[in-house]
Design a protein around this ligand. Structure first.
Ligand SMILES: Nc1ncnc2c1ncn2[C@@H]1O[C@H](COP(=O)(O)OP(=O)(O)OP(=O)(O)O)[C@@H](O)[C@H]1O
Ligand SMILES: [Mg+2]
Length: 307
């Protein structure tokens, strides 16, 4: 039995810090501050964060039959995530993301590999029947998964399994593809501020959160260093940011998702779950990449005086 099944993207992140603002094309070499290869993919980082917080967590995604795929699966297994339901794609190489970090900003370049082929039919029904909650990440990178999501989430909820969705960015910039239908079958929807504005076409984050509440039971919007907001029963709920001096903020939103789900599935109220999530997002910025500095539950609760 699992508390949480995460379905979505997993790939290595190649993180290059101190990138120049003008990229040195013309076969010119530049030296930068540092480089690292870490576990990436919003879904994979969320799964690792949840396992670190003590949730019994399984992950389903597609990787290639290659060294990068083995790196991804090993990294998740080392962090206590059950990856036995993952699909190894024999046609396409594992997805890869290159992240160029410059001060507080990032450029993100992703080769999607087999991610667009992941579908609801890749998830073993036995696994979906053995979890309390299903979380899906990166809607717009995975069109097959996206197409099946409204029906699958509807069926899951009828069986008493709760659902959450972090759309993340839409690289095409179109922000449609039936995402509203998916959100209306989602118990907790977890965009960041820019994504909430793009999803609703509104210019104000509180108004966007309120609009999302017309579709989803509980919209939770991440606002970077300012923390997060949620809208429930006609009421705005705010959690302040937890001060950090970030090494990098890669995956902070995904660690936030893990924190919110750990709080909410653990029976905490929305205010406490939101504060716990903000602590998990903030603490995750202490290290390079998404998973290196993810906190335990005690560490996160201590950071907000709830331990
Ligand atoms: N500079 C920061 N200082 C403190 N906390 C931060 C900082 N950046 C992010 N966080 C924490 O992490 C949470 C999520 O960050 P953010 O709003 O950047 O999400 P995101 O854009 O979805 O991130 P991701 O790039 O992982 O998708 C915030 O709500 C906050 O709690
Ligand atoms: Mg995000």
């Amino acid at each position: 039995m699992f508390d949480l099944l995460v379905v979505g993207d997993a790939n290595p992140d190649v993180i290059v810090s101190g990138a120049p603002s003008d990229l040195p094309f013309g076969q010119k070499e530049r030296l930068v501050e540092s480089g690292a290869i870490t576990l990436g993919g919003s879904a994979a980082i969320t799964a690792c964060g949840a396992a670190r917080l003590g949730l019994r967590t399984a992950f389903v995604g597609r990787v290639g039959n290659d060294g990068l795929g083995r790196f991804v699966l090993d990294a998740m297994a080392e962090r206590g995530v059950d990856t036995s339901g993952c699909v190894v794609d024999h046609q396409l190489g594992t997805a890869l993301t290159v992240i160029l970090v410059r001060d507080a900003d990032r450029a993100i370049l992703t080769a999607p590999g087999p991610l667009p082929l992941l579908g609801v039919d890749d998830v073993d029904p036995g696994l979906a029947a053995a979890t309390r909650h299903v979380h899906v990440s990166s809607y717009f990178l995975q069109p097959r998964l996206a197409a099946g999501l409204p029906t699958w989430f509807h069926e899951l909820r009828q069986r008493g399994v709760t659902t959450s969705l972090d759309t993340n960015d839409d690289p095409s910039g179109s922000w449609d593809g039936g995402v509203g239908e998916a959100i209306s079958e989602t118990d907790v929807v977890l965009p960041n501020e820019a994504e909430a504005l793009a999803l609703t076409g509104l210019g104000d984050v509180v108004a966007a959160c309120r609009r999302l509440a017309e579709l989803s039971g509980l919209p939770v919007v991440k606002c970077g260093a300012d923390g997060a907001i949620a809208w429930r029963n006609g009421e705005l709920i705010r959690a302040p940011g937890v001060a950090a001096q970030p090494v990098d903020t890669v995956g902070a939103g995904d660690s936030f998702n893990a924190g919110f789900l750990a709080g909410w599935l653990g029976g905490r109220d929305i205010t406490e779950s939101l504060r716990l999530a903000a602590a998990c997002g903030s603490l995750s910025t202490r290290g390079h990449g998404g998973t290196e500095a993810q906190p335990t539950l005690d560490e996160a609760l201590s950071a907000i005086g709830l331990a």
